[in-house]
Design a protein around this ligand. Sequence first.
Ligand SMILES: Nc1ncnc2c1ncn2[C@@H]1O[C@H](COP(=O)(O)OP(=O)(O)OP(=O)(O)O)[C@@H](O)[C@H]1O
Length: 252
Amino acid sequence: MEETIFKIKDLDLYYGEKQALKKVTMDINKNRVTAFIGPSGCGKSTFLRCLNRMNDLIEGCRIEGSITINDTDINSGKMNVVDLRTRVGMVFQKPNPFPMSIFDNVAYGPRCQGIKDKHLLTQIVETSLKQAALWDEVSDRLNDSAMGLSGGQQQRLCIARAIAMEPEVILMDEPTSALDPIATAKIEDLIEELKHDYTIIIVTHSMLQAARVSDYTAFFLLGEVIEFQETSKLFKQPLDKRTEDYITGRFG
Ligand SMILES: Nc1ncnc2c1ncn2[C@@H]1O[C@H](COP(=O)(O)OP(=O)(O)OP(=O)(O)O)[C@@H](O)[C@H]1O
């Protein structure tokens, strides 16, 4: 029996007058990888951002419908948005390390939470870098600038930075689109490892990537979820003609 972490019901989202999400309803399972696919501009990133309320930062953006995490409404007055973003971390398309040392990048979040103990911080940094499969490559240069790492290493550092906050969920918005195939393969292997400890939700332009890394896939079209089901089924036996047309390359 799968355990659900997010329940989304009838979610509508508007940027001013323009509706970008229409009645999105889905349950997202814990410790699984869920992929969002669909043509450009269909609302994948918008929906991802709803899950840790990143859209709050966009003026004129409003939503209707509900999103719960472990049965708590994330948009209610009771939900502290800083806590929510601690529980639901995010990794972006372009690696965005802070211009500081590798160590300080990973220690940044825990320090903001008030952790000062050097020994504890060292432990958190080491564990996070190990979980992000970066430790072996950087353990002898933790005090070097993060800006000197390769793109793929920088992205794994951003994953380590997210992990250091001990989130429940990691949102990834096209995390490999700026990376070469080898760095991409490393991140994909890492996603497989991470799902034992975290729930991962990934937006990807690559159907092959969705098929490789995810357990569940949602196909978006013009702000609607057309089909959401187990990845193997969605790619082998899509239920909707529009999904079939998309995955067979007939549009998008
Ligand atoms: N900040 C914003 N203000 C106004 N409209 C926006 C904003 N962000 C996105 N949109 C619009 O909302 C729609 C959905 O965009 P979104 O970026 O979520 O799509 P997407 O599927 O992630 O696209 P892509 O794959 O190209 O990243 C698009 O029509 C886009 O132009």
